[in-house]
Design a protein around this ligand. Structure first.
Ligand SMILES: Cc1cc2nc3c(=O)[nH]c(=O)nc-3n(C[C@H](O)[C@H](O)[C@H](O)COP(=O)(O)OP(=O)(O)OC[C@H]3O[C@@H](n4cnc5c(N)ncnc54)[C@H](O)[C@@H]3O)c2cc1C
Ligand code: SF4
Ligand code: SF4
Length: 422
């Protein structure tokens, strides 16, 4: 059972992505005790799944590592992975919180030697790669995972397979007796930084995601391009492993659509442009077409748009793609729609299609829900009448990492002010 001493001077941060990590560090470095709760077995959030960051196209792990080092050096932060908040009651300056910890079946003695995975024969869909490959049921979530510790999937905990993993471990790190536990916290303020989930692309039925193998989403593209992804970093067609020669991106796939997400997801135009650079890096002759309604690349990110426009094999076509159908023999995809600049009909085949799907905010899903305000789309809205629980990062709006970091710093300050007021 976790023992955590907190008082109403402490701050709880929910979500260990870039926003949550930033809020936790800023509050702790200002002298406050912070508890950070993350539901995944590792910290870093969605950024850990990206290949490169725009606009500079650097690897996201650089930024994360610096923050993990700051966390390790700061005794005022305690963090829990595989943890979720199940109850919040009280008000600003005086919250009672219940946290549920799922069993990892591996304790802190783990050295990441990998022997448990070697003997384990069961496999599970790899959640880190959106199920595009399988991993052993005893696994390290990814090679930069923080904390660097294995996990045993619950499906093998009570089985012979689980026992084999335990026997293989020379460090007594496998603990099959671990159970789900809960613990309570008292805190004065809460920062909700639970981030976003990709919109379920299969709901945009006319694009055939889930049915046609070569229709993928933008987050899958990040994993395909990543050296620690399902293809070792080579972007290949899922149906037959061939190198793509002609790739289409469909923007606003579900976003800005009253039947799906009515809002603009803010960063998916830039994500597709970034993906065109991934393709160009690997395939100098690959044709890339971006079908868009409007291009949204604001402020300094407009320079990135200007830069990719210099690519002669990249075309932007203003259009709404109405339908995709598949050639069952080749796996190629026929896109149909209208060029909204010229009025011409589009009927063009591509060998890979990437849907620029949007971001859905992770609201507080606790009963009874604490009193916070959301806007009409489910993003946290700042309400001066409701203080004590503050949204940070993509729960407030779909945006890039730099904006999330600024926003989370502001949320940490608001949390500190809540404590000071009481
Ligand atoms: C295809 C694509 C490419 C992108 N590329 C870039 C880029 O190149 N550059 C850039 O700046 N931005 C990019 N972004 C945006 C970037 O991913 C976000 O800005 C960033 O992830 C926001 O961080 P966050 O901490 O707010 O949310 P997240 O990264 O989503 O982190 C939230 C964390 O909270 C955890 N969590 C969720 N619910 C709970 C709960 N109930 N309890 C506990 N924990 C919970 C999650 O597991 C996660 O770890 C891209 C986005 C997409 C879709
Ligand atoms: S749990 Fe044991 S066997 Fe598995 S990686 Fe950790 S130390 Fe090695
Ligand atoms: S950022 Fe671009 S692709 Fe994403 S919803 Fe907005 S306009 Fe559409």
């Amino acid at each position: 059972m976790a023992e955590v001493e907190t008082t109403n001077q402490s701050i709880l941060v929910v979500g260990g992505g870039m926003s949550g990590i930033t809020a936790a560090l800023e509050a702790a470095e200002a002298g406050h005790n912070v508890v950070l709760v993350e539901k995944n077995p590792y910290l870093g959030g969605r950024v850990t799944q990206l290949y490169q960051y725009f606009p500079k196209l650097c690897p996201p792990n650089c930024g994360l590592e610096i923050n993990f080092r700051r966390m390790k050096l700061n005794p005022k932060i305690r963090f829990f992975t595989m943890a979720e908040v199940t109850g919040i009651s009280g008000q600003e300056g005086d919250y009672d919180v219940t946290v549920k910890l799922a069993p990892r079946y591996v304790n802190e003695k783990c050295t990441c030697c990998g022997k448990c995975a070697e003997v384990c024969e069961s496999e599970i869909d790899n959640p880190f790669n959106f199920g595009m490959d399988k991993i052993k049921a005893a696994y390290l979530p990814h090679e930069f995972a923080f904390p660097m510790r294995y996990v045993l999937d619950p499906t093998i905990s009570g089985t012979e397979e689980g026992k084999k993993c335990k026997e293989a471990c020379e460090y007594d790190a496998v603990d099959l007796e671990m159970k789900e536990t809960t613990f309570d916290l008292k805190v004065g303020a809460i920062v909700w930084a639970a981030g976003w989930d990709p919109y379920d692309a299969s709901r945009v039925e006319y694009y055939g995601f889930g049915e046609y193998k070569n229709v993928i989403t933008n987050v899958m593209m990040e994993r395909l391009a990543s050296p620690n992804g399902p293809t070792g970093g080579k972007i290949l067609r899922p149906s037959d492993g061939k190198e793509p020669k002609n790739v289409a991106f469909i923007q606003c796939a579900g976003s800005r659509d009253e039947n799906h997400l009515p809002y603009c997801s803010g960063i998916c135009c830039l994500a597709s442009m970034k993906h065109s650079t991934y393709l160009r890096e690997q395939y100098p002759d690959c044709d890339v077409t971006i079908f868009f309604i409007d291009i949204r690349a604001l402020d300094r990110l407009e320079d990135f748009y200007t830069k990719v426009q210099g690519d002669e094999k990249l075309s932007f076509i203003k259009s709404k793609i109405a339908n995709i159908s598949e050639d069952e023999e080749t796996g190629d995809l026929l896109l149909e729609g209208e060029n909204t600049n010229t009025g011409e009909q589009i009927r063009t085949s591509f060998d890979l299609v990437v849907l620029a799907t949007g971001m859905v905010p992770n609201k507080i899903e606790i009963e009874p829900s604490p009193d916070v305000s959301y806007d009409e789309y489910g993003f946290f809205a700042y309400d001066p009448e409701k203080t004590g629980i503050y949204g940070a990062g993509c729960v407030r709006r779909p945006t890039d990492v730099a904006s999330c970091v600024q926003d989370a710093t502001g949320a940490a300050l608001k949390a500190i002010q809540s404590i000071a007021r009481r």
